[in-house]
Design a protein around this ligand. Structure first.
Ligand code: AVJ
Length: 319
């Protein structure tokens, strides 16, 4: 008999407090920035799903190609009885893994969105009568209390979302994942790879303007949640390749000097004409760099799989 449990590890007002802190800190420092986690309200999540279907946005297709080709290899190499997925979202990617892990006992999807977790549970449980699903409403960038379940454990962090973390944040994140792994447990990591600037920039600045709408949506989130009056049409979407750091930056550039009132914070934020607010970094990786970052966290890179075109990589590393 399949079984579904959900645990909220975030207090109900945690999101509001975190948004207030991020906005007051990020918009009063120079240069201004906001963490990308705030993109994903219902509208932002819809826009991201649309992005994954864009011709220019190759990472989702590339990772799916790898999962379809190598889920069996992942299963054979990991022998996982428990699969923990960080930032599971719709669990669309996970189904390929679940299908390839016949001996799986427990699936632990972790996401900040309770609705995404509940929405995915029905699909995941359908046709998997023996599977236990223990969903965690949690921010995966914070230390996690994972439920007891049979080992070996495989933690999956897919989609290239690791790239949203700055190098120091990545080091802390990988160390905190390592601390939750027993010897023989594994980490399955999706990483987008360094490639030509034109391909990278167009993946984050598509012709139809879906990414531009996704980027501006963070202003709507701040407007809606904190009573701000960002005029979205006063900002232009910018996607830029930072060759030194090897990451894509998304920014919002003020077309004119303006003051934005944020009522809930009793704050007025001034933008100079042309001033840019950074809304996301999306780091791109090289195999050697991934090996080094994993090793620094105490993880050994065992397997490296890419799509046929070599655009994206899945790596399996063990504690
Ligand atoms: C979901 C974080 C992997 O960084 O490519 C897509 C988000 N941003 N288009 C990425 C995103 C702009 C995406 N991740």
């Amino acid at each position: 008999m399949s079984d579904f449990r959900l645990t909220r590890t975030l207090p109900a007002d945690a999101t509001d407090a975190a948004l207030r802190a991020d906005v007051s800190e990020g918009l009063t420092r120079y240069p201004k920035s906001l963490p990308p986690k705030w993109f994903y309200d219902a509208r932002g999540s819809e826009l991201f799903e649309e992005i994954t279907r864009l011709e220019e946005y190759y990472p989702t297709r590339a990772e799916r190609e790898i999962l379809l080709a190598h889920a069996g290899d992942v299963a054979a190499a990991s022998g996982a009885r428990t699969l923990v997925e960080l930032g599971s979202g719709s669990s669309e990617k996970t189904r390929h893994l679940l299908d390839a892990l016949p001996g799986l006992h427990t699936y632990v999807p972790v996401d900040v969105s309770e609705s995404a977790l509940r929405g995915a549970a029905g699909t995941v449980l359908a046709g998997r009568p023996g599977l236990s699903v223990h969903a965690l409403v949690a921010d995966f960038t914070r230390p996690l209390d994972l439920p007891d379940s049979p080992g070996p454990r495989l933690v999956a962090f897919l989609g290239g979302t690791l790239g949203n973390l700055l190098p120091k944040e990545r080091a802390g994140f990988l160390r905190s994942v390592r601390e939750r792994l027993a010897p023989g447990d594994g980490l399955l990591l999706g990483t987008d790879l360094v490639k030509d600037e034109e391909t990278l920039v167009s993946a984050y600045d598509d012709a139809a303007g879906v990414t531009a709408a996704f980027n501006k949506n963070v202003l709507s989130v701040v407007n809606g949640e904190l009573g701000a009056d960002f005029p979205l049409d006063a900002f232009d979407h910018v996607a830029r390749w930072d060759a030194e750091h090897e990451w894509i930056e998304m920014r919002l550039r003020a077309r004119r000097a303006l003051n934005v009132k944020i009522r809930e914070l009793d704050l007025v934020v001034a933008f100079e004409r042309g001033e840019e607010l950074r809304t996301e970094v999306s780091a791109k990786f090289r195999r050697e760099g991934v090996r080094e970052e994993l090793a620094a966290a105490g993880l050994r890179l065992d397997q490296w799989w890419t799509d046929a075109a070599g655009r994206f990589a899945l790596s399996l590393s063990t504690a």
